[in-house]
Write a protein that binds this ligand. Structure first.
Ligand code: SF4
Length: 366
């Protein structure tokens, strides 16, 4: 790990340490789109458990076979004591896997953790979405207040929103630098660093990113730029293989990084309205169904912004949202003569030789 990246990688393997390190009640959050600002405003620490890579045995017995490995490895960690010290969990109902996660978690851990399941509006442009989300956000607020025995005041919520926006914007600046050339840190370090930021108090994480930004610098590119798409680019060892094959990762449209830093970035006004407004105006995502915002247009725009010569799609097995989008996205890239390769991966299995061969073949063809 590069010396100037000040975070502890072992947090990913041992998230139970987090509650002790930051001395706050930890609430595990399954991405994406949960309004984490409400958790911070309740005096707790939202810990986004993005893509834990681990073998699974216990959770396979309880969760149905069609559940994605992001949820399976999360459940395995919960069922084998990996979240000891956590107070509860917050999950947005973005897909069947997440919906199953809440019920299975409650059953498997015998109600030891309180769980907030948020019924997100999948159609943010629907006429009723705003009113629906107001009920949802207020219900989530109430559930957190009860679970954490506290009051979420407007002042605390506004502060949490400001600090979360500061973190999102700082991370975007870091992620945007990749378009200028390979950074003096590897993509794997970038992803680990981003993951760690969503496990820390947001003010502390924003300070950390702002302080290292001047030291993260692009170098002259010696190979083609590749854009990554999907939810998590796992197994994470594959990222090193892309760089070893002579390409550099010039940007992404991944749930774990770029999409999770989506605006709007407004911080002024009624804080509940700000949360609702963000949920209504997120950037395109496989888990949302916009009628007027086209994810194909968005991907082509990301290709243009980053100067990518090719796109690699990471699809976790049984991730239906990404699977449904892929044929359309590929057809849009094909129409513009932008080569792409999809690799199907699994967080339960760290081996990646087959996927690495396909990606290397793509890079060699550029
Ligand atoms: S969006 Fe895909 S990867 Fe994320 S929880 Fe749902 S099925 Fe799993």
């Amino acid at each position: 790990m590069t010396a100037f990246l000040p975070f502890d990688r072992s947090l990913f393997e041992h998230p139970a340490k987090i509650a002790q390190i930051f001395n706050k009640p930890a609430i595990g959050v399954l991405p994406l789109h949960f309004p984490i600002e409400l958790i911070e405003a309740a005096g707790a620490l939202p810990v986004e458990v993005f893509g834990i890579q681990a073998p699974v045995s216990t959770s396979d017995r309880l969760a149905p076979p069609f559940i994605c490995s992001l949820v399976k490895t999360f459940l395995e960690t919960a069922m084998t004591g990996g979240f000891e010290g956590f107070k509860g969990f917050a999950i947005a109902n973005i897909c069947d896997s997440c919906q199953n996660a809440a019920g299975t978690l409650h059953y498997a851990t015998q109600g030891r953790f309180f769980t907030v399941l948020m019924n997100l509006s999948m159609h943010p442009e629907a006429q009723s979405a705003k009113e629906f989300l107001r009920h949802v956000v207020l219900n989530v607020k109430e559930a957190l207040e009860q679970g954490l025995n506290t009051n979420i005041t407007d002042g605390k919520l506004s502060h949490a929103i400001r600090e979360t926006v500061r973190l999102r914007l700082a991370l975007r600046k870091l992620l945007e630098k990749r378009a200028l050339g390979p950074l003096n840190i590897s993509t794997r370090e970038v992803i680990d660093f981003v993951r760690s930021c969503w496990m820390m108090p947001r003010s502390q994480a924003a300070d950390m990113v702002e302080s290292v930004l001047p030291r993260i610098q692009p170098q002259s590119p010696s190979g083609p730029g590749v854009l990554l798409s999907g939810i998590v680019p796992a197994p994470y060892g594959l990222l090193d293989e892309i760089e070893k094959a002579g390409a550099f990762i010039c940007g992404d449209d991944l749930g774990i990084s770029w999409r999770n830093t989506s605006g709007p970035y407004d911080t002024e006004g009624d804080p509940i309205d700000l949360l609702i407004n963000r949920l209504l105006n997120l950037e395109p995502c496989s888990t949302l169904h916009f009628q007027r915002k086209d994810r194909g247009d968005h991907l082509l725009e990301r290709v243009k912004q980053t100067g990518a010569k090719a796109v690699v799609f990471f699809r976790l097995k049984f991730c239906d949202p990404e699977a449904f989008d892929h044929p359309y996205l590929k057809s849009r890239l094909d129409a513009e003569n932008i080569p792409s390769q999809m690799v199907e991966t699994d967080l339960r299995d760290a081996s990646f030789q087959g996927a690495a061969t396909r990606i290397t073949a793509l890079i060699e063809s550029l």
